[in-house]
Design a protein around this ligand. Structure first.
Ligand code: WT7
Length: 689
């Protein structure tokens, strides 16, 4: 029987959730928050949603959340199938089983399926379905360029036309169902257009963040072997011009060296950054988007696909080895992205929504393109940098488009602008510390917007632990409670579920529709990384604390993955980039807490014999990382290391390196098990060199 019975977790939440009356009693604490004062313990700081907000909210009370959550856990099949059938179009309904799953490797292969045999199409549900419902003339995209004053809009009907033209072009060059398409585009309208066009014809897009280097792009091309790569000649980001096509050219040479050749490189001419005359061109392979795509018809038949057919691949960093191709499928992802968007942001038809994430990351997939468009929302797509031409840019954009829902990383600037239009604020990617949360609430939201601190991952497809604004008394810095259908558990190192107030490893028991189904081409790694550490559970890689009221507080990664300004980076990847440098013998990378970026990258480097420490070497090491991975992965600090602290078996003791990196020198712990305890003193001596 796949159906979970009432989860013990649920009973736990039920008992511990502050009921509305209890929450109201904490109003005096709300005052403290508004005044920017912190109570003695962060666990006691509660922000109650205003009556006005709650009254109009989709989930207007804790009670209502509990009812809905309970039904989602007691009967997931019923809960999700009723949403799937009432809010989406299916060419054919799924089979008898709404879902089937095995999350226990001891019982066979890990398998997750939702709505299997249901036939649908995500692009159809984003566009045609909404247009049929009367949204054809509604703005789908407000596009804001890097340069203030340059912008464009697309209605839902216009968006459909553009998508169909590209879909038809892709079909004409032989791209069809199941074929991979690599997309290396900045935040132009053409990026969501490309994603939707792929979805329309059943092709599998793999968007690579346009900050990745040629080497990283090549690695992804070699892994998923696309027929076509879609890019643009160049983009301006802030004051800088980045020549993306040159990067793609280099990546295609590198791919060819690995015997993967790509037939077509479709290139959008982004005139604001570079004209076509100065773009390097390979005849026969390279095609200007503007020369071909607009010639195709503005309608295109939909490729109807199975709910379990793949929708997209997105590479993400793990603690070891090469990036993992996280695979999401069609039906479950669609239902989950749309439903989480709707509830976590309390979405209303009149909202104008802006998510600052790039479509190169999962946030841009689920909460720039799919989640909002499945809801028929108006979305702001911003090409530029949040601080260009000045730090007030974000708030200019909020004011210009009267943004009501603003979703961003919790690291932005205080400015002079009015944010009167804002209704809901969302935050993602890293733990927000209570101080910045208070700031976000008081200054950005004018003390009237609920904040959704959403916890989730590339792998989860959508929000997992998130406040529902209106339903929850919030605690600044806590992601609060699970979304419908999600059963988070906190386990100890033996995998035993902990109850009540506790601190441990965050896992999830039983599947949810948006869960990833495999790592592309490597199901074994999927099982080993995510399901074997704690048998029977999906292991998130995060630590988590549950407080006396049942609220969840994420405590950060427990593996070797770091999070820099919302960009997920594996320490192992940075290390292999560093040792690629001919003068680097060995490297160990750790993350250290950073006020603005959440974490920053700190690298210990041992040069090869005969090479001495120098500023030039430091610079060229950093350049190597930029070249191998991308600028966003460049270490902030290179710490010279004559040797690294290793156990007698040769394992680097990162625990000690983390303490040295954060200068917690009196917390180094036991160093006697090291092969050479002397290296620690050497490292401390070199700390500020
Ligand atoms: C990792 C996933 C999810 C979209 C952005 C990143 C960290 C994510 C939160 C949050 C604390 C968070 C976790 C997670 N993380 N959201 N609200 N509070 N930490 O997706 O690149 O797959 O990274 O980001 O460590 O495991 P991702």
């Amino acid at each position: 029987n796949n159906l979970p019975t009432t989860a013990s977790h649920f009973r736990h939440v039920d008992a511990m959730v502050p009921q509305p009356s209890a929450a109201a009693a904490k109003l005096s604490q709300l005052k403290a928050v508004v005044l920017g004062e912190a109570p003695a313990s962060e666990d006691d700081e509660v922000v109650v949603p205003s009556h006005e907000f709650s009254r109009q909210a989709l989930v207007p009370s804790t009670q209502k959340y509990l009812e809905m959550y309970k039904s989602s856990i007691e009967d997931p099949a019923k809960f999700w199938s009723s949403i799937a059938s009432s809010e989406f179009y299916w060419k054919q309904r799924w089979g008898d089983q709404v879902y089937s799953e095995n999350l226990d490797a001891r019982k066979g292969n890990i398998k997750i399926e939702w709505f299997k045999s249901g036939i649908t199409n995500v692009c159809y549900n984003c566009l045609d379905r909404n247009i049929d419902a009367g949204l054809g003339d509604k703005i789908a995209i407000y596009w804001e360029s890097n340069e203030p004053g340059f912008d464009a809009t697309l209605t839902y009907s216009e968006l459909l036309h553009r998508v169909c033209q590209l879909a038809n072009y892709l079909k004409s060059i032989g791209v069809g169902k199941g074929d991979a398409v690599v997309v290396y585009l900045p935040m132009l309208m053409e990026l969501p257009i490309t994603m939707l066009a792929c979805a329309r014809i059943g092709a599998v897009h793999s968007v690579v963040f346009a900050g990745f280097s040629a080497e990283s792009l090549a690695q992804r091309i070699v892994d998923c072997k696309p027929k076509v790569v879609i890019t643009c000649n160049a983009v301006k980001r802030g004051p800088k011009t980045i020549h993306l096509k040159d990067i793609v050219d280099a990546a295609l040479i590198e791919s060819a060296n690995n015997r993967i050749s790509v037939d077509v490189c479709l290139t959008y001419e982004n005139q604001s950054a570079q004209n076509r005359e100065s773009t390097k061109w390979e005849k026969g392979r390279d095609v200007w988007w503007e020369d071909v795509v607009p010639k195709f018809p503005t309608s295109c038949d939909v490729e109807w696909v199975d709910a379990e057919d793949p929708l997209f691949l997105l590479y993400t960093s793990g603690s070891t080895g090469k990036p993992k191709g996280v695979l999401h499928t069609t039906g479950g992802y669609m239902v989950y992205a749309a439903t989480t968007f709707k509830y976590a942001f309390d979405y209303k038809d009149s909202d104008v929504y802006w998510c600052t994430a790039d479509c190169g990351w999962i946030t841009g997939h689920s909460y720039v393109t799919y989640g909002p468009m499945l809801n028929g929302a108006t979305v702001v797509v911003f090409e530029g940098a949040p601080n260009y031409p000045d730090p007030g840019r974000c708030w200019d954009i909020v004011d210009k488009y009267k943004v009501t829902i603003f979703y961003t990383a919790p690291t932005l600037y205080v400015t002079r602008y009015s944010r009167r239009s804002l209704r809901v604020l969302g935050s993602v990617g890293e733990p927000i510390n209570p101080t910045s949360c208070r700031w976000f609430f008081n200054v950005v939201g004018g003390s009237s917007c609920p904040i959704s601190d959403t916890w989730w991952q590339t792998e989860t497809g959508g929000f997992m632990i998130t406040p529902l604004p209106g339903a929850w008394p919030q605690k600044p810095g806590s992601a609060t409670f699970p979304f419908f259908g999600v059963q988070p558990v906190i386990v100890d190192e033996k995998g035993v579920e902990l109850d009540g107030e506790c601190n441990g490893y965050l896992c999830v028991k039983s599947s949810w529709p948006g869960a990833f189904r495999t790592l592309y081409g490597d199901h074994e790694r999927y099982e080993t990384t995510y399901f074997k550490p704690f048998p029977g559970y999906y292991f998130t890689g995060d630590g988590c604390r549950r407080d006396k009221d049942g609220y969840h507080w994420l405590t950060g990664r427990v593996d070797d993955v770091i999070n820099v300004s919302g960009h997920r980076i594996g320490t192992a990847e940075v290390e292999s980039a560093l040792v690629f440098h001919p003068h680097c013998a060995e490297a160990a990378v750790v993350g250290v807490e950073h006020e603005v970026k959440g974490q920053s990258i700190y690298a210990f480097v041992t040069p090869v014999e005969g090479i001495s420490y120098s500023d030039e070497l430091r610079k060229s090491l950093i350049l190597t990382v930029r070249k191998q991975i991308g600028a966003f992965a460049a270490p902030d600090k290179i710490h010279w290391a004559p040797g690294l602290p290793k156990t007698r078996s040769g394992k680097i003791m990162r625990r000690i390196l983390r303490k040295i990196a954060s200068r917690q020198l009196d917390e180094l712990g036991d160093t006697s098990t090291l092969a050479d305890p002397g290296v620690v003193d050497q490292l401390i001596e070199l700390a500020d060199d």
